[in-house]
Design a protein. Structure first.
Length: 228
């Protein structure tokens, strides 16, 4: 496949930049175990990229929990406050972000997380690296983001925050989730996917490029400055 040159780059956060997906699983399973329910990987895949309130609604409905979505979210938040501060960066993240920043490539964060959740994950250990982002979009907190992924809203709103308002085809998205890939494509953007290794190849085929790790990314494929 021939890749088209881009000028701006947008990044998802959970599971791509930060190793948080297992922490979400741990928290949700903690709650579901109280009711004898299991949080499966197959169900988890359907939630990745959704806004927080959408996730709560689906979990409660799927498992017939005697909780409102708001109560589920409240219980999950208590666990997130314990788990999230120790989250780690995924391999290759720091190298890529510093490289793009050094070469003055505009970069933006485009996550479905809330701003509150973002601070839980980054304030203790990762403030400096996340300060490299020119603009940040928090799908669960931003009133401009009407619909979560797989709808295009998150990435279109994020791209609109760059002062020069790039056309969608000039934006490259990095994602780990199927819903995120669909969102980027719906926005008219190319998307590099770094999926969970448990994901079948069939579920990654829509992505423009699939990598095992951000460490494998070659910026020059998309017209960006190559690593030194």
């Amino acid at each position: 496949m021939a890749f088209k040159p881009v000028t701006h780059v947008l990044f998802d956060m959970d599971g791509l930049l930060l190793d948080t997906e297992e922490l979400y699983t741990k928290a949700f399973q903690n709650i579901l175990s109280r009711y004898g329910k299991e949080y499966t990987f197959e169900f988890k895949l359907t939630l990745m990229g959704l806004q927080g309130h959408e996730v709560a609604q689906k979990v409660v409905s799927k498992h017939n929990l005697p909780l409102t979505p708001e109560e589920f979210s409240s219980e999950a938040k208590k666990l997130f406050e314990v788990y999230f501060p120790e989250t780690k960066l995924m391999p290759g993240v720091e190298r890529l972000l510093r490289h793009l920043k050094k070469h003055k490539v505009p970069i933006g964060l485009a996550t479905s997380s809330s701003i509150e959740s973002y601070h839980m994950k980054t304030d203790k250990h990762h403030q400096e690296i996340f300060s490299l982002f020119d603009y940040k979009t928090f799908g669960s907190s931003d009133p401009e983001v009407k619909r979560g992924k797989p709808y295009p809203d998150t990435f279109l709103v994020a791209a609109g925050k760059f002062p020069d308002k790039p056309m969608p085809e000039k934006c490259l998205v990095f994602e780990d989730a199927v819903n995120g890939v669909k969102s980027a494509l719906a926005a008219g953007m190319q998307v590099v996917m770094v999926p969970d290794p448990r994901l079948s190849a069939e579920m990654t085929k829509e992505a423009t490029l699939v990598l095992r790790s951000l460490e494998e990314f070659k910026p020059e494929l998309f017209g960006l400055p190559a690593f030194d």
